[in-house]
Design a protein around this ligand. Structure first.
Ligand code: GRF
Length: 193
């Protein structure tokens, strides 16, 4: 599921193209016109375009999204730059099987401006977090994290690009590990055995 340029999606696709990959991307879900949708069309991967504006309210969108995604029968759902909060209908259908990638070291700097917020705070190290999605905003159990150093001349764009370079690899690594080994949850702790 993606809303942006889809570079995380491309990383997952590149990994799934590798010989003996344990996973495939069965569908791409977008909520707007975006490059991620073009990637789906170019690669002839089933594309679901499900926009909030086409529904009476968020709840109706959430219910329809859950039903339509269920039609692809995914084992795991990956939000890779999907810029919408998933609602209760989606979470009750796929809870525990949704993975999100975030461009900061959670629990610091959750939300849609994680890179800018970290920069504004003056941190010297930020990074990326891959986590399970729960009903909060970037609050679910953490699966993996990687640090990225902030340089004095960083802008939001330069920092985000360096984070994304790390994020692409980490997300593909975590998805590969999850589909082959699963995850053990103990309270807040999530371990891929
Ligand atoms: C990533 O940094 C993701 O964590 C954030 O948006 C970015 C998506 O990048 N939510 P892309 O669209 O995959 O290039």
């Amino acid at each position: 599921m993606a809303s942006g340029t889809g570079s995380l999606l491309e990383s997952l696709l590149a990994r799934s193209d590798q010989q003996h990959s344990p996973f495939e991307v069965t569908a791409i879900v977008v909520d707007r016109d975006c490059r991620a949708a073009d990637i789906a069309r170019d690669r002839a991967i089933p594309l679901l375009d499900c926009r909030v504006s086409e529904f009476a309210d968020r709840a109706a969108w959430d219910t329809a999204l859950a039903e339509r995604v269920a039609g692809f029968d995914p084992e795991w759902v990956v939000t890779a730059g999907f810029m919408k909060i998933l609602g209760p209908a989606f979470l009750s259908r796929f809870g525990g099987r949704i993975v999100n990638s975030h461009p900061a070291l959670l629990p610091s700097f959750p939300g849609p401006h994680g890179v800018a917020d970290a920069l504004a705070h003056g941190v010297k190290v930020t990074g990326t977090t891959v986590h399970l999605v729960d009903d909060g905003v970037d609050t679910g159990p953490i699966l993996a994290q990687e640090p990225v150093a902030v340089t004095p001349d960083d802008t939001e764009d330069t920092l985000h690009e360096r984070i994304k370079a790390v994020e692409r690899v980490l997300l593909a690594d975590v998805v590969t590990a999850l589909v082959t080994k699963g995850v053990v949850i103990d309270g807040r702790k999530a371990d891929i055995p």
